[in-house]
Design a protein around this ligand. Structure first.
Ligand code: GTP
Ligand code: MG
Length: 492
């Protein structure tokens, strides 16, 4: 879409803000780290693990500034915006350490500022300020709407909903849609019913059996403080692109509400939290999509491409720093790697690399540095070799405490007992997975006894490790490598 007056004004405002921050940042550098990820990708757990590791002294051998002792201390500092709720670090940590359960799904934006006091390589005492924002992952799906008109969004949403597995979930909504006459006078009851059926369709698509990702608008799935508001009472209609809807018609009303949603909800969300990032980590729960099969994988791939196209990546220069900040490093991270034995981590990285191919190529072309990693911000399992068939098969397995109520085959777990699982091998060739030639990946929930069930087994969070030190640390996989890539050069 061509730039509108609003986008031009917005750009000017952002540039003015960037100049002020640039001047302030010369003395006291601030790094805005964008933690990007769809719902359940692992954002809240990652941020909690990062803060815990930096403030409490985690084991981070690959994070050079930290491991060499140049980081003197890190502490939470007052956040920059008074109007944004604070990230509930203490609450999330308490859940993990004291109650041994995962933090709840995020329902609103939360902001956090971490001050890292360090000694530069030349011996000077410095402070790096790190700003991070957490938010419900569903809301990220709204960013691509910034560039789509109502007619474009309608036709794209309808096109997707006619493909399997979406088509069968859309039946009730499509039946209602067929009764609507977009160019006839607006009818509030019809709009309400369309929005209700469309929302039910989006929710069904998200079910773990289908694990669809591309499901905007995000507030339909996670309304936050907009629950029940008219801004959420719209749905796609069959409307021809480029033809204005007659005044007072159903199509005109839907379009007005869509535009209100874009301007009142999406634009401020983007402007306040994503428009000025310096670094980005893109967290992806590839395993959940793998579990659901090729359609889910392709859907996740499209969602990532559409979302990442909204960010501004590229090589930084003093000029860009001053007027148009850019993301100069992007780390793609496949989360929850502790669900796999480490012999499969390379394959998981290759699958993510394939999934984010388009976004990686674009970022690299613009001059940004990109890396891909398989990580577990909090490692809930350890590894073991399980023997099967009188010792003939030696299976590289993982051992953890499955959450209460989780089942595998006949077994229902009590939330206290450890179990060994053979997670299966990921296919070696990512391309086969996307085309469906390798079949759906069905290994994750194969128990050591050999029976297969297709779900993703959830383990309880790890117990903190004391390792003889005074403060307990949380185990992880490659959190240090992620920190080195994202922050290392700023602590040089
Ligand atoms: N085993 C394991 N599970 C993890 C890890 N990180 C996240 N999880 C699981 O993934 C779930 C979602 O993680 P969150 O951090 O809440 O995800 P989120 O991206 O904040 O999700 P929303 O708040 O819904 O946007 C958790 O409840 C855990 O079950 C990890 O490092 N290891
Ligand atoms: Mg969260």
């Amino acid at each position: 879409m061509p730039p509108t007056l609003t986008t031009v004004i917005e750009e000017a405002r952002l540039a003015a803000k960037a100049v002020v921050e640039y001047a302030g940042g010369l003395a006291n550098p601030t790094l805005r780290l964008g933690v990007t990820g769809l719902t359940r990708a692992g954002k809240t757990v990652f941020i909690t693990a990062l803060v815990h590791a930096l403030t409490k002294g985690g084991r981070l051998p690959v994070f050079e500034a930290y491991n060499s002792g140049r980081v003197a201390r890190a502490h939470l500092a007052p956040q920059p915006d008074d109007a944004v709720p604070r990230f509930d670090y203490e609450g999330h940590l308490r859940a993990v350490i004291e109650e041994r359960r995962w933090p709840r799904s995020t329902r609103q934006v939360g902001e956090l500022r971490l001050a890292v006091e360090y000694q530069s390589a030349s011996g000077r005492a410095r402070t790096l300020t790190l700003d991070i924002v957490d938010y419900p992952g569903e809301w990220l799906l709204d960013l691509p709407l910034l560039g789509q008109s109502y007619a474009e969004w309608s036709s794209e949403t309808l096109r997707l909903s006619r493909r399997e597995p979406r088509a069968r979930l859309a039946a009730a909504w499509h039946a209602h849609l067929a009764t609507l006459k977009p160019h006839e006078p607006a009818d509030e009851a019809a709009a309400l019913e369309a929005a209700r059926l469309f929302t039910a369709y989006l929710k069904d698509c998200r079910d773990e059996r289908y694990a669809m990702s591309l499901l905007p608008p995000g507030r339909f799935l996670m309304p936050g403080d907009l629950a029940g508001s008219p801004a959420l009472t719209f749905a796609p209609l069959e409307v021809p692109d480029g033809e204005p809807a007659p005044a007072g018609s159903l199509a005109a009303m839907m379009e007005r509400r869509y535009e209100a949603y874009r301007h009142v909800v999406v634009r401020p969300f983007f402007r306040d939290h994503f428009a000025r990032l310096d670094r980005q980590i893109v967290l992806v729960d590839a395993l959940a999509a793998l579990n659901a099969g090729p359609a889910a994988l392709r859907d996740l791939e499209s969602a990532l491409a559409a979302i990442l196209a909204c960010f501004r990546a590229g090589r930084r220069s003093w000029l860009s720093n001053m007027f148009r900040p850019r993301i100069d490093r992007i780390l793609f991270a496949a989360t929850k790697a502790d669900h796999l034995h480490h012999v499969n981590h390379d394959r998981l990285e290759r699958i993510l690399g394939r999934m984010a191919e388009r976004a990686i190529a674009r970022a690299e072309f613009a001059g940004a540095a990109v890396d891909v990693v398989a990580l577990a911000a909090m490692r809930a399992t350890r590894e073991a070799i399980v023997t099967r068939g009188r010792g003939r098969d030696r299976l590289p397995s993982i051992v953890g405490v499955p959450a209460a109520g989780e089942t595998s085959g006949e077994e229902t777990f009590d939330g206290e007992t450890e179990a060994a699982m053979f997670p299966g091998d990921l296919p070696d060739d990512p391309a086969a997975l996307f085309s469906g030639k390798a079949g759906a990946f069905k290994g994750l929930a194969t128990s050591a006894a050999g029976e297969t069930d297709y779900r993703f087994l959830q383990f309880r969070p790890p117990l903190p490790e004391t390792n003889g030190g005074a403060t307990p640390t949380l185990p992880h996989i490659r959190l240090d490598r992620a920190l080195q890539f994202l922050l290392g050069d700023h602590l040089a």
